[in-house]
Design a protein around this ligand. Structure first.
Ligand SMILES: [Zn+2]
Length: 477
């Protein structure tokens, strides 16, 4: 039985998909005006892991994660960079895929883009206008919040509380400060599409309703995103969708907590926002993923170098265990005596791992099971006699299954694969260039001791330097 904490009901509930055996999920994707930061990555790694686990449990999962490629922030940034909003959005959409691939985030089943769903968005707004939940004003269209009595049910805010923070911005034509834009009239130079209310572009919230309804239907199962999206974004999504369809919209609302940096919230104004690609320059991707899953998703996650370094050591332990296990399987005999103890703990560990993930996707506890497995395996590998090949292979299967669910290492033929990614090679190449440049300077100073120390040190780790007419080259041997 899988239990999830539902923001809508404010309690843990049993996850029962609307259709037996099939889970339909929608996750709010990135706004493509910049590279994704670590907070974004936490959301995408989480829902990727949830999807992997549900599939491990035998569910068929349909995951939709959008790109917000039409947005104020994109328009502003494009103007700053002197490029077209469309070109900027494309650049950062590609960048998302690069970062996601390195973090081993699998592709969603559909990655819809706002710019390709204008028609669906317009017809959803039209139906809201027809039903009296929305109105046109001065080329804009707005959702009439007070017409929808359940407004506030997700965030738990009352209309009066919400009113305290609501206001009418200059240039807005809304009747009530609580109302929000569904369609915005085009300003000069902005991306625009024709609509019944004049040329313009969609507001932010309506896009997710339109795309979720198109690909998943009204009563899909899980809607996810960062906790910062609960209000107003998800509150508005519910209001629009339920007003338009007359049916409940998304049954389980899951929200992940913030990332803090030394206990302080990550924010642009403090200047402590870490982009995924900056972090990946410093730490290997499996360690970053391990770090992101090492805390329960609803708790804040604190970022500090020592936590990432601990994750690097964790990844090394996993890798070493895999190497030892592979080698032990090769030399084990089909029979053996010490196998029973390991066989028993394997089934116990699988049950514990599932129990952890069943409990609101507690990846921190699931990771602890993974490391328990490593400890058990390391212990029996030193035992005489060695467990039988069959039991060792079962241990390998479990090791691979845990990895598959948590997505720490990429896979090859169902097993973890430790081949270097292109990014890692780049990083190593840049480091080597730096080391070689330092050695060249030492030679210029006639500091032969340092130059030789570097050459010998590199040779010990399998890198040989060659003097060529174009300068010093290195090669791996
Ligand atoms: Zn959304």
């Amino acid at each position: 039985m899988i239990e999830v904490y539902n923001t809508l009901s404010r309690r843990k509930e049993q996850l029962i998909p609307a259709e037996p055996g099939r889970v339909r999920m929608y996750v709010c994707g990135p706004t493509t005006y910049n590279y994704i930061h670590l907070g974004n990555a936490r959301t995408f790694v989480l829902f990727d892991t949830i999807r992997r686990y549900l599939e491990y449990c035998g569910f068929k999962v349909i995951l939709v994660q959008n790109f917000t490629d039409v947005d104020d922030k994109i328009i502003k940034r494009a103007a700053e960079e002197g490029t077209a909003p469309h070109a900027l959005a494309l650049k950062y959409t590609e960048a998302y895929y690069e970062d996601a691939d390195r973090l081993n985030i699998l592709r969603a089943d559909v990655h819809p883009r706002v710019s390709e769903h204008i028609e669906e968005i317009i017809s959803l707004i039209e139906s809201l206008v027809a039903k009296g939940f929305a109105y046109a004003a001065g080329g804009d269209a707005y959702f009439s919040v007070r017409r929808y009595p359940d407004y506030g049910k997700l965030s738990g805010r009352s209309p009066d509380e919400m009113l305290a923070g609501a206001r009418v911005e200059p240039g807005e034509n809304k009747r009530d400060p609580l109302d929000f834009a569904l369609w915005k009239a085009a300003k000069p130079g902005e991306p625009k599409w024709p609509s019944p209310w004049g040329e313009g572009r969609p507001g932010w919230h309506i896009e997710c309703s339109a795309m979720a309804l198109k690909y998943l239907g009204a009563d899909f199962d899980i809607h996810g995103g960062g906790a910062d999206l609960v209000f107003p974004h998800h509150e508005n999504e519910i209001a629009q969708s339920e007003a338009a369809t007359g049916k409940p919209f998304a049954r389980y609302w899951l929200h992940n907590g913030f990332i803090t940096v030394r206990q302080e919230k990550m924010s642009k104004s403090i200047g402590n926002v870490f982009l995924v690609r900056e972090v990946l320059e410093r730490y290997p991707a499996p360690a970053v993923r391990l770090f992101l899953l090492g805390t329960h998703y609803r708790s804040p996650l604190d970022y500090a170098p020592e936590y990432l370094e601990a994750a690097v050591r964790g990844v090394e332990r996993l890798k070493n265990c895999f190497g030892l296990l592979t080698e032990a399987i090769a030399r084990a005999t089909p029979g053996g005596d010490a196998g029973d103890i390991l066989a028993d703990s394997l089934s116990g560990l699988d049950a514990e791992f599932r129990a952890a993930m069943d409990d609101d996707f507690n990846s921190a506890r699931a990771l602890a099971c993974y490391f328990d497995l490593v400890r058990e395996v390391n212990t029996v590998l030193h035992a005489v006699p060695l467990p039988s090949r069959k039991v060792l292979e079962q241990a390998m299967d479990l090791f691979s299954a845990f990895n598959h669910v948590l997505g720490i290492f990429p896979e090859k033929e169902g097993k973890p694969s430790f081949e270097k990614t292109a990014g890692d090679d780049d990083f190593a190449a840049r480091l080597l260039d730096l080391i070689i440049a330092v050695r060249q300077e030492a030679r210029l100073r006639k500091d032969w001791a340092v130059a030789d120390q570097i050459r010998e040190g590199l040779k010990e780790i399998g890198v040989v330097l060659e003097d060529t007419p174009e300068g010093v080259r290195w090669k791996k041997v």
